[in-house]
Write a protein that binds this ligand. Structure first.
Ligand code: FEO
Ligand code: CA
Ligand code: CA
Length: 627
């Protein structure tokens, strides 16, 4: 299989196959409990479970909660939004951040030098942060597609060191000041806040793992100063005005020049191998050669806190939040002032985590320790609708200390018997009620194969379908409304599916219809009114199991009634990911990632232009609120 056409997950599986063992008895047991669970799921369509608990929300539900008419799916190379809405491109991969930055060159797709002075590639998590009267847009630039960034080269392969460095400089984050004029949003070139954070930017490592031997390298014997952040997927933000960038598939950038090099079992758990994903970084930067610098991968896979208000601030890797393939970081201030962060590890059969600070947040007081000192737990879901958070400590895991737990977090979670999940993607907390939602995007290995740590992946609980193709959204309510409580109750908000092709569980839950169906929920983000926005990163073939589902899209979900309505359809071969709002809530900013990842898009410029990932600004023609 050509590696450029497979996902990170698939690449990991090829390089690091997990055992094929199949616990038939366990699957049969789970199938029995699954029938019970699905009864509960489908009952939810009638609002049986939630309405009594959240009666105050019914008043909101009585008004028209969706201020738009549903749109149909399509496979166009365009953005589609409902009548009465405008969608405009705000900023694209390769757009200048400073007046002396070059314009994007479609023939060459830029150089390393031009890329370092322009907007990064493959937009993912993002946030508009208010700073005085200014709006700072912080955007993750997750990764690059070889066939796009090196599409000017034969077979989409880098031809020289500058090509490789161009790809590296397209990673990281872009910070831009934005402003609105006559309705239209623009980047403020030369703003003192404009900034690129790249895989070469200086970082500080903080928290329990800082300074541990496993983080020490020849370039950094202190184990506290690393270089760069890359593969930043989803994001979070804090009430003290900072941004959280989440390092996801950090493993795909490491390789070994020494072909006989044996990668440690700990690194294999994270998919590090002697081959990289084709980025070639070790060819130009020796620290990505794991045969020479085996501790370097231990310095990635964290949540990174960034202060965009100070362009000279050094981003901080917050090891207390654990090391895994972080999707996003959903931060909630608990009623007692403690900080709670919900975190998904996006890989088949990996886990869902919660961090609770030991300290209390108080506006204006010191906040640095809040993400450095706390308790990390992992979720266990029981089939009866209850769940619990299992603390990861030396006592519960048998591991040496918190430093080791914060570095080898997946191993710690396996030791306590956490629930293997169908790829936890974004987590989002309802702003009005203590309930949290997580997208479980899909998992072809569910009930088929264990995870990379050998943990079984039985069918049941919040992962009820074998070889799960469509994904689901699980939600839970902490006991007593206390986000720090050990216990919670959960149900499934929806099971995605295709009711025009299938009956039974592949048709999806009752709130999925031929008019709103989709696959692979990924981005989740509540707006201030309590509408849950759902973004997809799935199969856009529009055929067979996915017939009638069209391109990747964004939908709105009502958490009370369960209704789901399609709002936006992206261009060809894109993923829709990343969502934030202007401070006046009259514009939503949406990320369009890798249009044309398989060679069939010219969005947004059309003609024979190179396809470019972009942030779009969506607003109402009448200037009304959009969230
Ligand atoms: Fe970068 Fe799990 O998506
Ligand atoms: Ca994602
Ligand atoms: Ca995804």
């Amino acid at each position: 299989m050509d590696r450029k056409d497979i996902s990170f997950d698939e690449f990991d599986e090829i390089e690091n196959p997990s055992s094929e063992e199949n616990d038939f008895d366990q699957i049969v047991d789970s199938a029995i409990s699954r029938r019970g669970l699905l009864g509960g799921v489908f009952a939810f369509g009638s609002c049986a479970a939630l309405c009594s608990t959240f009666a105050p929300n019914l008043a909101l539900a009585a008004t028209d909660r969706f201020a738009f008419e549903a749109i149909a799916t399509n496979s166009l190379d365009a953005i589609t939004v409902p009548e009465g809405y405008i969608a405009e491109v705000l900023v694209r991969w390769g757009d200048p951040l400073w007046s002396d930055s070059p314009q994007f060159d479609h023939a060459t797709r830029g150089t390393a030098a031009s890329q370092a002075r322009t907007f990064g590639d493959n937009i993912d998590g993002m946030e508009v942060l208010a700073h005085g009267n200014k709006s700072l847009l912080v955007v993750n630039n997750e990764y690059t597609n070889r066939s796009i960034i090196w599409g000017n080269r034969a077979d989409g392969k880098s031809e020289n060191d500058d090509d490789i460095l161009k790809g590296k400089m397209a990673h990281g984050l872009s910070v831009v000041e934005i402003t609105q004029q006559d309705g239209k949003w623009n980047v403020v070139q030369d703003s003192p806040y404009n900034r690129r954070i790249t895989p070469d930017s200086e970082m500080e490592i903080t928290g329990p793992a800082a300074g541990h031997d496993l983080l020490k390298t020849s370039a950094d014997p202190s184990g506290t100063k690393s270089l760069g952040t890359w593969n930043n997927c989803g994001n979070g933000s804090t009430p003290w005005g900072t941004y959280l960038a989440c390092e996801e598939n950090f493993n795909g950038y490491f390789s070994a020049a020494d072909e006989d090099h044996k990668v440690s079992a700990e690194l294999k758990r994270y998919g590090v191998s002697s081959k990289d994903w084709g980025y070639g970084w070790a060819q130009i930067d020796e620290r990505f050669d794991v045969s020479k610098h085996p501790n370097e991968p231990n310095r990635a896979g964290y949540v990174v806190e960034i202060d965009p208000r100070d362009p000279n601030s050094i981003p901080k890797k917050r090891t207390a939040l654990g090391r895994f393939k972080h999707e996003n970081a959903e931060l909630v201030v608990n009623s007692d002032g403690r900080i709670v962060v919900y975190l998904g590890d996006d890989e088949r059969g990996e886990f869902l985590y919660r961090y609770v600070s030991n300290g209390i947040y108080a506006p204006g007081a010191e906040t640095d320790s809040l993400l450095e000192d706390g308790i990390l737990s992992v979720a266990k879901f029981h089939d009866n609708g209850a769940g619990e958070w299992l603390e990861l400590t030396p006592e519960t895991t048998g591991m040496a200390d918190m430093a080791e737990i914060c570095i080898h977090t997946r191993i710690a979670a396996s030791k306590v018997g956490a629930t293997t999940m169908d790829r936890p993607e974004w987590v989002s907390a309802n702003p009005h009620y203590p309930e949290i939602y997580c997208a479980l995007t899909n998992n072809k290995n569910r009930g088929i194969k264990p995870n990379a740590g050998g943990d079984q992946t039985p069918i049941g609980g919040p992962n009820p379908r074998e070889a799960n193709k469509y994904g689901q959204i699980v939600r839970w309510r902490p006991n007593g409304g206390d986000h720090t409580d050990k216990g919670f109750v959960w149900d499934l908000y929806l099971l995605a599916g295709n009711p025009t092709v299938h009956s039974g569980d592949k048709a999806g839950s009752k709130n999925i219809t031929p008019d709103n169906m989709f696959n692979s929920p990924d981005g989740l983000n509540f707006d201030s009114t309590g509408i849950l926005w759902i973004q997809t990163d799935g199969n856009y073939s529009n055929e067979k199991d996915f017939e009638g589902q069209g391109n990747n899209q964004m939908l709105a979900g009502d958490p009370v009634t369960g209704e789901v309505r399609r709002f936006l359809v992206g261009p060809k071969q894109c993923e829709v990911t990343g969502l934030t709002w202007s401070t006046d809530r009259r514009t939503m900013f949406v990320g369009i990632q890798h249009p044309g990842e398989r060679g069939d898009s010219h969005w947004p410029e059309g003609g024979d232009a190179v396809p470019r990932s972009a942030v779009i600004a969506v607003r109402r023609e009448d200037g009304g609120l959009v969230g």
